[in-house]
Design a binder for this molecule. Structure first.
Ligand code: FMN
Ligand code: SF4
Length: 461
């Protein structure tokens, strides 16, 4: 795809300017003018078409084409349609949406207004991760400011269109980032995911047609509807057009958020944007798209470009754009244990392969980490992970199994190094080893006398 204009950040352009979160700052740079021009005037279907033509893909993880999703919204149902903006941002290694919420919330609100006009919804929810205190305060203030100006509320921009925007907070559960888990939480229930189909566009919140989109996706909509589909498509690749915010963390000199055209190389991200690896270290692996993404070895990193297709061809995924760089000194068994503890803790428990499988993976990872696994446990890890895939209500089970499978595929030797002969392990074993570390942790919290937390997990005393 031709690079007509050299790229400079779009969504993150103003985040370092003082007062960038206020309505005065936003309007001084032309903010809300696109909404003023299009709401009540432009044919809603024409806006859906522009977003479809732009090739914008959802930035929350799955990369589903946004305009296409909007076109699936059930019509003529006699029920209200809703927009639910996903600001849960719970994928480890991902910290981009919080910059939009904290530093430029009006940009998101303009995207919400335009999206609601395009899909003809009079009611938007914006669901935030509970820990985003500053983001919540700034977004709430932004909603108040926009309401006072008549951009949200009754007859917005003086047109015959009403829009209610409700900001809601979760309580810090990863599963409330999964779209149907989020909708359950918005409804006031536990954040339990629901079986799809029906997809939210047909039956979502309160069983009404609902479009769910990520914060970054909706922020991009404002710019696309201002500049047009061709403008967006001048960057990126044919199947992954446009630009995206990446969150770079781990063993690089300059970790941070970087908005870049899709399709640049992973090496460029690490070496140029990240400033290269920290002094004296070499690359061991990269987690490319949030913790759920299978990791890449250095050889795969050399072949990787930052677009949906390249990552898929390498057996991984672009996901949420959370890139974590691991250096040669990282103890992979410690990383694996930490990862599996997370998924076990966050499983909502509805499906047996996930509830039990994440527990088994945590337990096995704990054995490798603590050096009391035996040789058969290596294959057992692979078996458990395989049996968790594609059998559950949502893909959290896959999100736990996929990285585990990739660690095993690429670093089997590190697992094997931590194993002992079965007889040796048997001598170390007590009935307590049958309990998962999380269960032990819980039993400590409830006063069990003879276990103690030793930092990375629980051990016998
Ligand atoms: C376990 C799990 C956690 C997720 N967490 C988030 C999240 O924090 N934020 C988000 O936007 N999408 C998250 N997603 C993806 C959403 O289900 C959904 O695909 C997305 O919000 C749709 O928006 P998009 O099309 O704009 O990407 C998660 C998915 C899963 C399975
Ligand atoms: S896969 Fe896991 S998190 Fe998802 S619904 Fe089933 S038990 Fe809950």
């Amino acid at each position: 795809m031709a690079d007509a204009t050299p790229f400079s950040p779009v969504i993150l352009k103003h985040i370092h300017e003082p007062g960038s979160h206020t309505i005065e700052h936003y309007q001084a740079r032309g903010g809300y003018e696109t909404a003023r021009n299009l709401v009540g005037t432009a044919e809603p279907a024409s806006l859906v078409k522009i977003v479809e033509d732009s090739g914008l893909r959802g930035r929350g993880g799955a990369g589903f084409p946004t305009g296409k999703k909007w076109s699936f919204l059930a019509k003529g149902t006699g029920k209200p349609a809703y927009l639910a903006v996903n600001g849960d941002e719970s994928e480890p290694g991902t910290f981009k949406d919080r910059y939009i919420l904290e530093k430029d919330p009006h940009q998101l609100l303009e995207g919400v207004i335009l999206t609601c006009w395009a899909i003809q919804s009079n009611h938007a929810f914006i669901y935030l991760r509970g820990e985003f205190i500053l983001g919540y305060e700034r977004l709430e203030a932004a909603v108040r400011e926009a309401k006072a100006k008549g951009f949200i509320g009754k007859n917005i921009f003086g047109k015959n269109f009403d829009l209610k925007v409700v900001v809601m907070r979760g309580a810090g559960a990863y599963i409330c980032g999964e779209e149907t888990g989020m909708l359950s939480s918005i409804e006031g229930g536990r954040g339990y995911p629901k079986i799809k189909p029906p997809f939210p566009a047909v039956s979502g919140v309160f069983k009404c047609p609902t479009i769910v989109n990520n914060v970054e996706t909706i922020a991009a909509v404002s710019h696309i509807l201002k500049h047009g589909a061709a403008w967006h498509k001048q960057w990126g690749t044919e199947k992954s057009p446009g630009f995206k915010i990446f969150c770079l963390s781990g063993a690089v000199k300059n970790p941070g958020v970087y908005e870049v055209p899709l399709g640049i190389t992973m090496r460029e991200m690490i070496e140029v944007y990240g400033g290269g690896l920290i002094e004296g270290r070499t690359l061991k692996a990269v987690i490319p798209g949030g913790l759920s993404a299978p990791l890449l070895t250095p050889e795969m990193v050399d072949k990787c470009t930052l677009d949906y297709e390249s990552l898929a061809s390498l057996g991984s995924m672009l996901g949420s754009g959370g890139i974590t760089v691991l250096h040669d000194g990282v103890d992979l068994m410690s990383a694996v244990y930490n990862t599996m503890r997370f998924y076990h803790h966050e499983s909502c428990g509805q499906c047996t392969p996930c509830r039990e499988g994440t527990g088994w993976l945590e337990k096995l990872a704990h054995k490798f980490h603590g050096g009391h696994a035996h040789s058969g446990d290596v294959d057992l890890v692979g078996e458990v992970a395989k049996n968790m895939r594609g059998r559950t209500i949502c893909v959290l089970a896959d999100a736990a199994a996929m990285p585990m499978q990739s660690y095993l595929q690429h670093f089997r030797g590190e697992f094997e190094k931590r194993t002992h002969e079965p007889a040796h392990v048997e001598r170390l074993r007590t009935p307590r080893d049958e309990i998962t570390p999380t269960a032990k942790r819980e039993s400590v919290q409830h006063g069990a006398p003879n276990v103690v937390d030793v930092g990375m997990g629980m051990d016998r005393v």
